[in-house]
Design a protein around this ligand. Structure first.
Ligand SMILES: C[S@@+](CC[C@H](N)C(=O)[O-])C[C@H]1O[C@@H](n2cnc3c(N)ncnc32)[C@H](O)[C@@H]1O
Length: 236
């Protein structure tokens, strides 16, 4: 077997969520470790490693050659998915970017509206924006798993297009399909989200125009802290 790159817990969790045999696009590949690991381990036959910048793509080329999978992974210098043809891959990984940029990359590419495609998305920030945009545009978050990475906790979303847009409330936007009891990292994610909302409420209380919007966030805080399991009514 080929030598494998060492993955940190975040990339290792993403790798574990990739279905065996999938043809993958790793968008914003940077160092290329993830796609190099997937191909070198034999979990996937190959795919594309894309990046908008030349330097990261050079690093990815080096990783692919170091782990003996250059011929299996096409390197692509492109913005988002613009260098990939419809039908070329069946799994699209976009990790390590802000939620707004991840959504923009999906939204800019018409062929992402295909129920046959699966997406693994890992926002570094603005996860609530990404979840809301996905659901409102007919994508469904089918699973979410959390992972601790240094001081941070991230979630990885498994997503598919269903063509059925849904309006979601604040609670779904902030924790998505992640179940609190699914892992210690998931519990920690809920705690961190609750802390963010506490700060947001404090900020709103101090601002004159805040009072009107306060109630949904107070209800959200209760839900995140497990003090209220009633229906989600607020909107983002
Ligand atoms: C922080 S790195 C994440 C690397 C890797 N995906 C990970 O999760 O460890 C973000 C990478 O995305 C690339 N990037 C940023 N915007 C992009 C876009 N619109 N299309 C493709 N790549 C992009 C950057 O050049 C950078 O290499």
């Amino acid at each position: 077997m080929n030598k494998l790159p060492k993955l940190d817990p975040r990339l290792a969790l993403i790798a574990s969520m990739v279905p065996s045999g999938a043809r993958c696009a790793d968008v914003g590949t940077d160092h290329g470790y993830l796609i190099a690991w997937l191909a070198a381990s034999g979990k996937i036959p190959g795919g594309c490693a894309c990046d908008i910048n030349e330097k990261p793509l050079e690093k990815a080329a080096f990783s692919l050659s170091q782990y003996g999978v250059t011929s299996q992974v096409r390197l692509c210098l492109c913005d988002g998915l613009s260098g990939i043809r419809a039908g070329e891959v069946d799994e699209i990984i976009i990790a390590g970017m802000g939620g707004d940029l991840i959504w923009k990359i999906l939204d800019d590419t018409p062929w992402t509206r295909d129920p046959a495609l699966e997406f693994l998305l890992q926002p570094m920030s603005k996860g609530e924006h990404l979840r809301q945009a996905l659901w409102e545009h007919g994508f469904e978050i089918q699973e979410e798993q959390a992972v601790e990475a240094g001081k941070f906790v991230y979630t990885i979303l498994r997503v598919r297009y269903t063509g059925k847009p849904q309006r979601i409330g604040l609670y779904q936007a902030y924790v998505g399909a992640l179940r609190r009891e699914s892992s210690p990292a998931a519990k920690l994610y809920y705690e961190r989200q609750a802390r963010r909302i506490q700060k947001k409420i404090l900020g709103m209380e101090q601002s004159a125009e805040g009072n009107q919007r306060l109630e949904p966030y107070q209800a959200l805080l209760k839900q995140l802290e497990g003090r209220d399991s009633s229906a989600d009514t607020g909107s983002v």
